[in-house]
Design a protein around this ligand. Structure first.
Ligand code: ATP
Ligand code: MG
Length: 543
C-alpha cells in the first residue's frame, strides 16, 4: 500500500518541480521519555513513506533536550518499534549531539543583541508574558549589555547558578499577538545527569530553539509535526533566520491521530504504567506499538491502517474498528485455522468406540501452502459451553440442545441425549450419540444438522490460557478523568483447550481459532503453560 495523495505530498511535488529543494529529507523526532504509541506511527509512516516516494531519506533524531524525563531505555524501545514497522533511518541522531553547536548559535544571538540572560523566575516569566488579550511586560533584564549577557551565559554553562536562577531568552516582541514570540526562553539550567552527555552540561536548549537548528544542520527539507506546533512555526523561522543558518528547512503541520476508547498521550500512558493499572508498556491492551505487537498486531496491519486514515490538517478520531479490520484483512489468508475451546464442557459420545480417529485437514483452505495437520477425533471431546443450551429456544438456535443433532465440524453428526450435572447444578458433561453414516466428506445428505460446532478431542487436547481483551477505556471522552474511564473488563483470562497441532507454537505466532478470533502466542507462553492473546474477534461487533 502506498501513501495516498495528501497536502504535504503536494507541497513536496511542487517544491521539487520549482527547484526549491533538490530532494526530500525528513526526520522523526521523538522525545525518549516514554514508549511510542500508534499516534506516533502516523508521524513515522508519514515521514518515511513520503521521503521514500521521492527517493529521499528520513533521519531518526531523539529530541533529548530535557534530561529530567528522558532515559536510554526509551531510546532502545523507540529504535525497536521503528525497526518493527519496517523502516531504517538514514541516520540515528540525538539532539544532544548538537549541544556544542546549539550553544555557539545562542552565543551568536547574544552578540547580535537578540538574546539576553534573564533573572526572572519561571512564575515571573509566566506572569510577565501577558495573555491572549493583553500584551506582555518587558523583563527588567531585557536591556543588559552584550558583554554582560555573554559573561552571564558563560557562567550559566560553567555551573555558577542554581536551577531556575537564570534563563537565556530570545528578544523578540513582548506585545506580539502570538504569545510564543514574547521573548521565549531558549536555555534553562538543569543540574542533572543526562543519559547521553552525562554531567558535561547543566544548561539545556528548549525544543523550540534546538529543533529548527537541528533540522537545518541535518539538511531536513520538510519538517513535519502535528498541529499543536502551528503557532510555533513563526518562531521556528525566526531562529533559522537569526542564526543565519545556511540551509533553510520548513515546518508543516498535520492533524493528530486519535482512536476511539483509547488514551493517546505519552503522559497518560506513563501514568497507567506507573500506577500499575496495566502490566507495563507492552501490556497487550496498551495502544503503544510494543503493546500492539505483544497483542499480536502485525506491522503491516498498522501501516495499512495508518495509510488508510490519510493525512489532513485537522485532528481526527478514528474508530478502533478500522484498526481491527486492518488486522483481519492482513491475516485472513495468512494464518492457520485451528481449533480451540475457550470455555469447555466435555461431551461423551456413548456409542463411539474407545479409540481415536485421525482427520487429515489442511490448515487454511484459502492458502494450501500452509500445509495440513491431523485433527484427532474420539469418544470424548470438548465443546464450547455457549454452543449448548438445554432446550432449543427458537428456530434461530443453530447449535446444540437436548434431542437436537448438529455436526461436529469435519467429523460426524451428533445428538445430545442427556445432561450430567455437578452438585451445584452447573453442567458437568453431556452424553451424546453419533451416526457413523454422517462422516464429513462421505456425501451423506439424507438429513441436515441443526448447525455446525467445533470441538477438540479430549485426550489429545492441550490445556491453554486465553487472554481476552476489551478496550482499556469505556468511552472516548478525554475531558473525563482517565481513572474513572477505565474499563473493569478490559482483561479477562479463561482456561480451555487447543488441538495438539498448536502445541509447538513459537512466541508471537498468530492463529485463527475457528469461530473464536485471531490469537497470538504470548511472550510468556511456554510448553506446559500455553498462553494466547486474542488480537481481535473474527467479526466486527459493530455490524
Ligand atoms: P504525546 O503528546 O502523546 O505525549 P508527543 O507529541 O509529546 O506525544 P513526541 O515524542 O514529541 O511525543 O512525538 C514525536 C512526533 O510524533 C512529533 O512530531 C509529534 O507531532 C508526533 N505525534 C505524536 N503523537 C501523535 C499523534 N497522535 N498523531 C500524529 N502524530 C503524533
Ligand atoms: Mg511533544
Amino acid at each position: 500500500m502506498e501513501i495516498q495523495s495528501n497536502f504535504i505530498k503536494t507541497i513536496m511535488e511542487e517544491d521539487i518541480k520549482n527547484k526549491k529543494v533538490d530532494g526530500i529529507i525528513t526526520r522523526f523526532p521523538p522525545e525518549p521519555n516514554a514508549y511510542l504509541h500508534i499516534g506516533h506511527a502516523r508521524a513515522i509512516v508519514t515521514n518515511f513513506e513520503l521521503a521514500r516516494q521521492f527517493d529521499g531519506y528520513t533521519n531518526l533524531r531523539f529530541d533529548d533536550t530535557n534530561p529530567v524525563k528522558e532515559d536510554s531505555s526509551f531510546v532502545d524501545a523507540i529504535k525497536e518499534d521503528i525497526k518493527w514497522l519496517g523502516y531504517t533511518p538514514n541516520n540515528i541522531l540525538f539532539g544532544s549531539d548538537y549541544f556544542e553547536q546549539t550553544y555557539e548559535l545562542a552565543v551568536r544571538l547574544i552578540q547580535k543583541g537578540v538574546a539576553y540572560v534573564c533573572d526572572l523566575s519561571q512564575e515571573q516569566v509566566s506572569s510577565y508574558r501577558g495573555t491572549l488579550t493583553e500584551p506582555g511586560k518587558e523583563s527588567p533584564y531585557r536591556n543588559r549589555s552584550v558583554e554582560e549577557n555573554l559573561l552571564l551565559f558563560k557562567q550559566m554553562r560553567d555551573g555558577k547558578f542554581k536551577d531556575g536562577e537564570k534563563t537565556l531568552r530570545a528578544k523578540i516582541d513582548m506585545s506580539s499577538p502570538n504569545i510564543n514570540l514574547r521573548d521565549p526562553v531558549i536555555y534553562r539550567i538543569i543540574h542533572i545527569t543526562h543519559h547521553n552527555t552525562g554531567d558535561k552540561w547543566c544548561i539545556y536548549p528548549m525544543y523550540d530553539f534546538a529543533h529548527p537548528l537541528q533540522d537545518s544542520i541535518e539538511g531536513v527539507t520538510h519538517s513535519l509535526c502535528s498541529l499543536e506546533y502551528v503557532d510555533h512555526r513563526v518562531l521556528y523561522d525566526w531562529f533559522v533566520e537569526q542564526c543565519e543558518m545556511p540551509h533553510i528547512p520548513h515546518q508543516y503541520e498535520f492533524g493528530r491521530l486519535n482512536i476511539t476508547n483509547t488514551i493517546m498521550s505519552k503522559r497518560y500512558l506513563k501514568q497507567l504504567v506507573e500506577k500499575g493499572v496495566v502490566k507495563g508498556y507492552d501490556d497487550p491492551r496498551m495502544p503503544t506499538l510494543a503493546g500492539l505487537r505483544r497483542r499480536g498486531y502485525t506491522s503491516d496491519s498498522i501501516k495499512s491502517f495508518i495509510l488508510s486514515t490519510g493525512l489532513s490538517r485537522i485532528n481526527s478520531t478514528v474508530s478502533s474498528e478500522m484498526l481491527e479490520n486492518s488486522l483481519r484483512n492482513d491475516l485472513v489468508g495468512k494464518t492457520k485455522r485451528v481449533y480451540a475451546i475457550l470455555d469447555p464442557i466435555k461431551l461423551i459420545i456413548t456409542n463411539y468406540p474407545d479409540q481415536t480417529e485421525a482427520i487429515d485437514l489442511e490448515y487454511n483452505p484459502e492458502n494450501l501452502e500452509l500445509g495440513s495437520r491431523i485433527l484427532p477425533f474420539g469418544k470424548e471431546v470438548y465443546i464450547e459451553r455457549t454452543d449448548f443450551i438445554e432446550e432449543k429456544p427458537n428456530k434461530h438456535w443453530k447449535r446444540l440442545s437436548l434431542g437436537i443433532e448438529v455436526r461436529l465440524m469435519h467429523a460426524y453428526f451428533i445428538k445430545c441425549n442427556e445432561v450430567i450435572y455437578n452438585e451445584d447444578g452447573s453442567i458437568k458433561e453431556l452424553l451424546a450419540t453419533y451416526d457413523v453414516l454422517t462422516k464429513s466428506g462421505s456425501g451423506f445428505n439424507e438429513r441436515k444438522p441443526n448447525g455446525n460446532i467445533h470441538f477438540v478431542e479430549a485426550k489429545t487436547a492441550l490445556p491453554a490460557t486465553f487472554n481476552l481483551f476489551e478496550p482499556l477505556m469505556v468511552d472516548s471522552d478525554s475531558d473525563r478523568d482517565m481513572m474513572e474511564r477505565l474499563n473493569p473488563n478490559s482483561w479477562k483470562t479463561v482456561q480451555g483447550f487447543i488441538e495438539p497441532s498448536v502445541g509447538n507454537t513459537f512466541k508471537g505466532e498468530r492463529f485463527q481459532f475457528v469461530r473464536e478470533g485471531y490469537f497470538a502466542t504470548d511472550y510468556d507462553s511456554k510448553e506446559g503453560n500455553l498462553i494466547f492473546n486474542r488480537i481481535v474477534e473474527l467479526k466486527s461487533s459493530y455490524n
